[in-house]
Design a protein around this ligand. Structure first.
Ligand SMILES: Cc1cc2nc3c(=O)[nH]c(=O)nc-3n(C[C@H](O)[C@H](O)[C@H](O)COP(=O)(O)O)c2cc1C
Length: 227
């Protein structure tokens, strides 16, 4: 079982998104999976450039993005993966820019423009999205950040297989609130939450990783794709 995780935060070590991803991979490893963590912000790549090479009738292979950049070998490895876990901070109510670019390149080559619309990805695999955000859960819900995640979940499910979503809310933004403009936040409450609730989010991520590595997603009769 090969599990690939992707960190869509530019903060590559110790911060919220990467910590949750590392916990998910620890969970996957604990049940024998081989794991890989790809730091999206270490790679130079673009989003989809709408060249439609992946839709050409004369294409030699399905599900291949024609753009050649640092993402090319990563997308090749996805073809062999048994589960994908994508982590992103919420930036302006969406995934981070690199996560969005990655999702476009990951998903669009598997979009089939034929009548049956099945995904061109040949297998059903487990997937998960892990989101971190500064807003408290109630505010995130009120604004609709949690609804935003539904579109990505749908696209992942249509192409790959069941997609779990884990939200970690009200995250710690800085290590020292006194060094930054932060009147808008209750520093003590943030620090307390990070000490008391974030470890629970890490535990949930660990368990998500165990699930990703231990169960197979059934192949549904018909998987419509979304774009
Ligand atoms: C450019 C930018 C935009 C952000 N926009 C939002 C937002 O719309 N909603 C929110 O709840 N948090 C927002 N945040 C906070 C981050 O989502 C939050 O701190 C996240 O946990 C950071 O993840 P990291 O620690 O892995 O980098 C934003 C942060 C940055 C830097």
């Amino acid at each position: 079982m090969r599990i690939m995780a992707f960190n869509g935060s530019p903060r590559k070590q110790k911060w919220n998104t990467v910590t949750l991803l590392e916990n998910a991979l620890k969970g996957a490893k604990s049940v024998g999976a081989k794991t890989e963590l790809v730091q999206l912000y270490d790679l130079r790549f673009s989003g989809c450039i709408s060249c439609f090479s992946c839709k050409k009738l004369s294409r030699k292979e399905d599900g291949v993005c024609a753009v050649q950049d640092d993402l090319t070998p990563v997308l090749d490895r996805v073809k062999e993966a048994d589960a994908l876990i994508i982590g992103s901070p919420i930036y302006y109510g969406c995934e981070s820019a690199s996560t969005r670019a990655f999702l476009e390149r990951l998903l669009f080559p598997y979009n089939k423009y034929a009548k049956d619309r099945r995904s061109l990805f040949p297998r059903r695999i487990n997937t998960a999205m892990i989101y971190t955000m500064g807003a408290p859960e109630e505010i995130a819900k009120e604004i609709g950040f949690d609804r935003m995640t539904i579109m990505t979940k749908m696209a992942m499910e249509n192409h790959f297989g069941a997609c779990e979503v884990l939200l970690s809310t009200d995250t710690l933004q800085f290590s020292d609130y006194d060094e930054y403009e932060s009147e808008a936040f209750d520093k003590e409450a943030k620090i307390k939450r990070h000490a008391e609730v974030f470890p629970e989010d890490c535990r949930r991520a660990f368990e998500l990783g165990v699930r990703m590595a231990s169960s197979r997603v059934p192949d549904p009769e018909s998987m419509l794709r979304s774009e």
